[in-house]
Design a protein around this ligand. Sequence first.
Ligand SMILES: Cc1cc2nc3c(=O)[nH]c(=O)nc-3n(C[C@H](O)[C@H](O)[C@H](O)COP(=O)(O)O)c2cc1C
Length: 194
Amino acid sequence: MASPVIDFLLARKSQPIQELKEPGPDSEQIATLIRIAARVPDHGRLSPWRFIVYRGKARSEIGEMLAKRAVEREGPLPEARIEQERTRFSRAPVVIGVVHSPVENPKIPTWEMFLSGGAAAMNLLTAASAMGFGANWITNWYAEDEEGRRIVGLAPHERVIGFVHIGTHVGPGFERPRPDPEKLVSEYSGPWQG
Ligand SMILES: Cc1cc2nc3c(=O)[nH]c(=O)nc-3n(C[C@H](O)[C@H](O)[C@H](O)COP(=O)(O)O)c2cc1C
């Protein structure tokens, strides 16, 4: 059965961040992307995630703070590395952070909230591609560093699900090898025997 949506999903892929150029999504397009990102399965309807938009000069301000933090953590660093940290958020025109923001709930485990957040990030990535942009979901060291998370705007109880970098794709792109689905699937044949 021919379907443009199926064809799109079969070919969807990320684009290298260094190939994501201006223009990025405008405010209206970002609002649509967030609506789609929030339209995900969410056990208990807790909305245990939120989104942070990084654009304009905020991106280089964050870069300065990340560069300083990298030196604090690792000691003096070569200029090339400092520059890498400074530009972490300014390679693509827009970055949208997907934040795991857990909610107290007696029934729903936190890991399910995390999975819902992963679905939100995937929807965001897919929707950005469907809008004609290139996009890429990364985390990076500052997602694993308490002060790094504070710099990018997270509260202490929150965690990074991903930073989705979005822009107009200019460049050759890259297709990574894909797993063979046949090696990943089996018909159920009874309880695990060890
Ligand atoms: C949770 C998560 C975190 C990731 N973090 C990074 C990262 O920090 N750096 C990186 O180069 N790629 C990272 N990746 C991988 C990129 O998204 C990569 O471009 C992706 O695997 C491409 O797959 P696709 O073409 O199917 O979209 C991460 C992926 C996921 C799901």
